[in-house]
Ligand binder design. Structure first.
Ligand SMILES: [Zn+2]
Length: 93
C-alpha cells in the first residue's frame, strides 16, 4: 500500500491509500464527490548518510530521555591516551 495525494478544486488536498502502481489519475473527492486530480510530489528520500542519521536520532532521543549510567563504563582496548604526567618532570636544583 502507498499513500497518494489528490487535490480537489473545492475542498483541497486529501490522501488515498492504494496499491503501488494502481492509483488512478483522477479520484472522486470524499467530501463533494467531484473529480480530483492526482498530485505528484517528491518522495521522502534522505540525503543524510545512515551513520549521520543514527547519530542525530540518538542525540534527539537523548534530549528527552538521556541514558542514565550507574557506573563508569569499563575501559576497552589497549591502554592508550596521554601519559600522566604528559611530560617528564622538571629537574630539581
Ligand atoms: Zn471536494
Amino acid at each position: 500500500m502507498a499513500t497518494y495525494e489528490y487535490l480537489c478544486g473545492r475542498c483541497g488536498p486529501f490522501d488515498v491509500k492504494s496499491a503501488v502502481g494502481e492509483a488512478p489519475a483522477v479520484y472522486d473527492c470524499p467530501v463533494c464527490a467531484r473529480a480530483a486530480r492526482r498530485l505528484y510530489s517528491a518522495p521522502g528520500l534522505s540525503l543524510t548518510s545512515s551513520a549521520s542519521a543514527a547519530l542525530r536520532e540518538r542525540e534527539e532521543r537523548s534530549r528527552e530521555a538521556p541514558a542514565v549510567v550507574s557506573e563508569v563504563p569499563p575501559r576497552t582496548g589497549p591502554e592508550s591516551g596521554p601519559k600522566r604526567p604528559p611530560h617528564p618532570p622538571l629537574p630539581r636544583p
